[in-house]
Design a protein around this ligand. Structure first.
Ligand code: OAD
Length: 246
């Protein structure tokens, strides 16, 4: 049996499947990853763009970067990897958990647990009482940078998790619960270095799940999974789906 055949068999047999996705899933859509060869963190400094301190110091600079990324993501389309996962997620017992803020799984028809927020949602930076709840704004480019909070007129911020910030508790609890109850858990296109997202696969394994990784290269998770499939997620998932459907 090939690794992809084994993966497909596990997916078919799974009663509770959890799939954790990362930036590699969207690479084939033209959305840059963070740590790969052309990764964003090779060109930009986290401390300048993705921390609350950076925003406090220079909100316009931070927003210029997010506005640029929003434009790029808007032009992107879901790839076969997103489409296969969306098809699997239509089955009962399948939970998708994503670190991606791009909304491409959603555009493929899925409703993943978003661990790191959404680049298409904004919330008040201060935050004012009404602006604690995020609102959707898909305008790109945004009319003014930084965009104003519609409730108080102060600065709005992207509703994403920055370094040094806690993850949304409800999303993290839902993801951890799904991972702990999974019989199969897959990590797709993630370097598995950012916690707590990276703890979901080991958590699933501790609770008895069969685990696998799909990635073009070895990661921090590779040594701790039952099966490491080397390949592009858009190709591996499409091949697995052909087997699942046959
Ligand atoms: P990374 O950029 O750290 O890792 C992307 C992974 O995808 C790498 O392991 C690549 O080898 C792999 N990869 C690239 N192209 C692929 C393809 N076509 N198929 C399969 N794998 C491929 O991205 P994440 O692990 O998602 O956080 O990063 C986690 C978090 O760090 C992000 O959510 C972001 C970032 O800073 C926040 O924004 C809070």
């Amino acid at each position: 049996m090939t690794p992809v055949e084994e993966l497909a068999r596990r997916v078919v047999d799974a009663e509770r499947l959890v799939v954790l996705t990362g930036a590699g899933l969207s690479a084939a859509s033209g959305v840059p990853t963070f740590r790969g060869a052309d990764g964003l963190w090779r060109q930009y400094r986290v401390a300048d763009l993705a921390t609350p301190e950076a925003f406090a110091r220079d909100p316009r600079l931070v927003w210029e970067w997010y506005d640029w990324r929003r434009g790029m993501i808007r032009r992107a389309r879901p790839n076969p990897g997103h489409e296969v996962l969306a098809a699997w997620a239509a089955r009962p017992g399948v939970t998708l958990v994503t670190q991606n803020v791009d909304g491409l799984l959603e555009r493929a028809g899925a409703d993943p647990i978003r661990l790191h927020g959404s680049i298409w949602h904004l919330r008040c930076w201060r935050p004012c009482a009404a602006g604690r709840t995020a609102w959707r704004d898909e305008t790109t480019p945004l009319a003014t940078l930084p965009p104003p909070c519609p409730h108080c007129g102060g600065h709005a911020r992207p509703d994403v998790t920055w370094f040094g910030e806690p993850l949304d508790r409800t999303s993290l609890e839902a993801a951890a619960q799904a991972a702990a109850g999974a019989d199969v858990c897959l990590a797709v296109g993630t370097s598995a270095v950012v916690f707590p997202a990276a703890s979901l696969l080991p958590l699933a394994r501790q609770h008895g799940a069969w685990t696998a990784e799909i990635n073009i290269e070895a990661t921090d998770a590779s040594g701790a999974v039952d099966l490491a499939v080397r390949g592009k997620s858009e190709e591996v998932l499409a091949e697995a789906q052909r087997i699942v459907a046959s």
